[in-house]
Write a protein that binds this ligand. Sequence first.
Ligand code: NAD
Length: 479
Amino acid sequence: MQYEYTTIYVDGQWVEPQGQEPIPVISPASERQIGVVPRSTSADVDKAVAAARRALTASQWSGLGAEDRAKVLMRLADELEANSAERAALTSIQNGMPIMIAGPAEGSAPVGILRYYAALASEMPVEERRPRLGGGGTTVVRREPVGVVAAIVPWNYPQALTMFKLAPALAAGCTVVLKPSPETTLDALELAAAAERAGLPSGVLNVVTGGADVGAYLVSHPDVDKVAFTGSTAAGRAIGEACGRLLRPVTLELGGKSAAIVLDDADVAAVATGLASVSLLNNGQTCHLSTRILAPRNRYDEVVGAVAAMASALPVGDPLDPATFIGPLVSQRQRDRVESYIEQGKSSGATLVAGGGRPALEAGWFVQPTVFGDVDNSSVIAREEIFGPVLSVIPYGDVDEAVSIANDSDYGLGGSIWTTDLDKGLDVARRVETGSIGVNFYELDLGSPFGGAKASGLGRELGPEGLAAYYQLKSIYLR
Ligand code: NAD
């Protein structure tokens, strides 16, 4: 086996965790086992949280000024930059992400996020003096690190989503216990190795491994001060309930079922080209994808035809081949789930216009990019997050109806408007109930808040707002 890891990273040490059965690492492209990673237990979580607590109170981290912490974080960014290509490949190998996407998203983006937050936190004054409102005296408003952060991430963008949490948390002076997904543990351990090389003080970053049970134990640990979670809405609800009971601050980045609204003035060929990324990025395993495509009735057939042709033409294959746009799904379980949705689509009265099966490849959990036309927004394939390359094209009459269909969803995470009139696009975008939306494209802006409305989550990551979540505010009244 290529990847054999026996230790986790706790308190600056590589230690063998106490879990009995190692976690297999299975390649989604070959379906073969390529490695093992160790499994942590609650006793390992206890040690990791205790180490994070000690590091928090020790003077060498939260006691440092933001500028000194930034120097360490810049060193970590340099370490990560030096092995960007290797980390990107590690993600592809574990979750099937095409390398053309993993390079920028998993290799480079985390480096940029870390540098951004290190610089931003250095500029942020720890204390601000305000004249008291309506009376004499002054109030000192202090920003203090919120404390020990439990960061729990999914497998779909493991490095990037970890850095959405780790960078602002560390920049603010917090310490972190990270629990990656069992499907993508290798890259998290490599991140810890980079932190060690960069000289991050012991206990500031700890990595424990395992599944939902280890995550749930970490979330409710009495010595954790804040939880930052990205994953499914079902797990997010359970975590939100636990944090509610404990009155523990929590950020939840959850699922989505976003809409692309194609306005009747749109350039349909450009729309179809753009939707390859906006609707199918990372084999459809991206939370903010516009998987419901709303097309005007007067151009409906044209849109359906263009989207079907685009999906059918996408190169499907080995995720490490730079030409591949669609790789395998992360696991057999995920493929079963996606295929069951395709069956539900077929029996719902929708018309299958592209894909629907498996490509002719020897191995791997592949599903063809699939498009359904004549989809009713009340059907299961239009309401539930499929998390695979399956699109629904839904007809609408006028713009009011398009907005109403877009908003008729339990979710509100991403979305896109397609038009040749940018002002009109902006107007429609303002009316969609969502945390972020693009006009004629969709791409996260690392300097602006990202997060969900409705069942897509609570709180925001990225931008200055993403840093604010890691401070506790204290007002000191002076007279
Ligand atoms: P998941 O919820 O099953 O697991 C995510 C992580 O949480 C894993 O590390 C898992 O071990 C852990 N976990 C699961 N249940 C837990 C619990 N009760 N308590 C604590 N930890 C628990 O999600 P997944 O299948 O790994 O990821 C796919 C989901 O993530 C999709 O729904 C997708 O939309 C969502 N996602 C959201 C965003 C966003 O920013 N909004 C980004 C990426 C993915």
